[in-house]
Design a binder for this molecule. Structure first.
Ligand code: GDP
Ligand code: MG
Length: 438
């Protein structure tokens, strides 16, 4: 999914101007990629429609980097689709907080109970694991082994007591032993049936869990979403834990569950090991899917620090050959407002991998000197550098604390830049320039 989405959006990235046709073509590919990833059809339809509405608008087409704007919109909408912000576990006002894990057989309930207990313990909590799956012969033993490895107590009453009594017994044990989280491992079935639901409903009625978390296997795609819908209808769930995301290349379940059921994904399982449970962050997941690393923060920075009107004015001047050292200074300041240049370079995907990034390292001191040199010129000189003679060069060097050689270099570079701009302009005949001429 990530690859397909990226390739669809890559086509927009480099473009100076976007037409409605460009956006539509890219969104068609986005749609196909999502459907192939087993994302719910209705979810895909709504999603693409929303992006289309936002992306074809005035604001994007007229913006500095329309392609990147569209990507940012896709990222925003993906994040919203998955719930927007991180959804945390409820905490009982009076401990213990009762958490009940439910789901089909093999989804990962027992393993996740152990992982969750570990997460809570790391936060300084005192969880109690509860073995309430009495049907699978090895289920109780499995939880006990996990408990031993984690050094977290496991409450069990064997396989002859019914799960409702086990849950009640565990609750009073937790209360009397100062355990502030109860994590109940329940039985699953191969398919949803009334017997399973009735048992879960009875446990629910008996211990009134603060969180009923449905554990679903991400690798089952659409099925995971259907299971979530059914469990929510029959039992009522508070959230979802999506397991085996490490083995799910498509990501369809992660994208659809929230939109279809209205219930948030709270954690994701990223492997068989006991430390492989992570809180679910919709924004990070979206960025991961789009494979864009820090590009978003880069775009945000650019939006904050670059004045669109000024940029347009600059472009007009460049075209008309009115570009002066004053403009040069102004533009340099705008870029520098975004932050240290080597840090900015590092945010560009792929740049981090460039071996010789050292050679690319921007000398901030040199930029300081350029600023100082231009600042030491009179307005008249900035607008028309050709009038700067030998004695003025010496004067500017002294005024800026630099050398005549440096002043000469800046003037020479500026002239080269102007020439380059003219050539570019002739070549493109009214086309667009790259925005940063240095
Ligand atoms: P239960 O029947 O729902 O209790 O499922 P189990 O906890 O027994 O897990 C079933 C299988 O899924 C086990 O082999 C687990 O190791 C595996 N499993 C659980 N969570 C994950 C996960 O996040 N990633 C991977 N790769 N395997 C998992
Ligand atoms: Mg189990």
């Amino acid at each position: 999914l990530a690859e397909k989405l990226q390739s669809a959006l890559d086509k927009l990235k480099g473009k100076g101007k976007l037409t409605e046709k460009d956006v539509k073509a890219a969104l068609r590919e986005v749609k196909m990629a999502l459907l192939e990833a087993d994302v719910n059809f209705k979810v895909v339809k709504d999603f693409v429609k929303k992006i289309q509405e936002r992306a074809v608008g005035h604001e994007v087409m007229e913006s500095l980097t329309p392609g990147q704007q569209v990507i940012k919109i896709v990222n925003d909408e993906l994040t919203q689709l998955m719930g927007g912000t991180q959804s945390k576990l409820t905490v009982a006002s009076k401990p213990p907080t009762v958490v009940m894990l439910v789901g089909l057989q093999g989804a990962g309930k027992t393993t996740t109970c152990g992982k969750l207990a570990r997460v809570l313990e790391k936060q300084g909590r005192r969880p109690l694991l509860v073995a309430a799956d009495i049907y699978r012969p090895a289920a109780i033993k499995q939880l006990q082994v996990l408990g031993e490895r984690l050094d977290i107590p496991v409450f069990s009453m064997g396989d002859q007591t019914n799960p409702i009594d086990i849950a009640k017994g565990a609750l009073s044990y937790a209360e009397s032993h100062g355990r502030d989280y109860l994590i109940i491992d329940t039985a699953g079935r191969l398919h949803i049936n009334e017997e399973l639901m009735n048992e879960l409903k009875e446990i629910k009625a008996a211990v009134k869990p603060h969180e009923i978390l449905l554990v679903v296997d991400a690798m089952t795609g659409q099925d995971a979403v259907n299971v979530a819908e059914k469990f929510d209808e029959a039992l009522g769930i508070d959230g979802v834990i999506l397991t085996k995301l490490d083995g799910d290349a498509r990501g369809g379940a992660a994208l659809s569950i929230r939109a279809v059921t209205g219930k948030p994904i709270k954690f994701v399982g990223m492997g068989e090991k006991l430390d492989a449970l992570e809180p679910f962050h919709p924004d990070r997941m979206a960025s991961r899917i789009l494979g864009m690393g820090d590009v978003l923060s880069l775009i945000e920075k650019a939006q904050q620090s670059i004045d669109l009107k000024k940029a347009q004015e600059l472009e007009r001047k460049l075209k008309k050959q009115e570009f002066t050292l004053e403009d040069f200074l102004e533009q340099m300041k705008q870029v520098r407002n975004m932050g240290p240049l080597d840090q900015l370079l590092g945010m560009i995907p792929g740049m981090g991998k460039v071996k010789h990034l050292k050679n690319l390292q921007v000398d901030e001191k040199a930029l300081d000197h350029i600023e100082a040199i231009i600042n030491s010129m009179t307005i008249e000189e900035r607008r028309n550098p050709d009038i700067i003679n030998g004695s003025r060069r010496r004067r500017i060097a002294r005024g800026s604390g630099t050398s005549v050689q440096e002043v000469n270099r800046v003037l020479k570079q500026f002239n080269q830049l102007r020439k380059m701009m003219k050539q570019l302009n002739d070549m493109q005949k009214g086309g667009k320039f790259g925005r940063f001429p240095f």
